[in-house]
Structure formats: structure tokens, C-alpha cells
Design a protein around this ligand. Sequence first.
Ligand SMILES: [Zn+2]
Length: 120
Amino acid sequence: MSWSDRRSDAARERERTIYNSSRWKKLRARKVESVRHQCQRCGRLSARLHVHHRIALEDGGDPFPKIDQLEALCASCHSSETLTEVAQRKRDEEFDLGSPDETGHRWGLSAEEKAQLKGR
Ligand SMILES: [Zn+2]
């Protein structure tokens, strides 16, 4: 059962109303401007930051709180941190494995050389 399935229709409807309101859109735009379109977690510039409530609406959070009660995150930070970590680990593994047929494969490189390659 997914996360959204657990929520009641009434709660979903309430959030939909909030997120469609011009009040929310203005607040959201102010937040994105205040962080200069940079993700507050990784600092990546993004045209499509997700603005989320530090205190979730379903936990009784204010739908239109002060700007510092909101957090602007890029898409990858917005998904759970666990997911982000798993993805990072997977990229590292793929990088380390490479393929012996690949031109300039990474097998046999020292940790230092790999770090340099990754830093490009
Ligand atoms: Zn981010």
C-alpha cells in the first residue's frame, strides 16, 4: 500500500485546495526566490524546486507558515534521503565495476586515480 493510499480523501482534497490556491503559489514563489533557486540540501540550481513543509500538513502543520518553516529541495533531495543514498551507492558501484572491454576501463586503477576521474 502506497503512502498516498493511506490518506483519506478529505485530507487529499484539503491539500489539493491548498496547493492550488494563489496564496500557496505566492508563498512558494517567495520561498524559491529567497533561496535563489538553489536546493537547500545539496545547493544544486534547479528551475523546479519542490517546496515542502517542515511540519507536514497531516501532522497539523500550518499550510501557509513563515518562509523558514518551508524547505526548497531539488527533485533528488525531495525523494527520501535513503533513496538518494542508495542511488549514490549504486553509481559508485557501477563506476568501480566498469567493463574490461570498455576503452580506458577503470579496472586496476588506484583509489586515488578513481577519485580524480570522478572529480571531473
Ligand atoms: Zn538537492
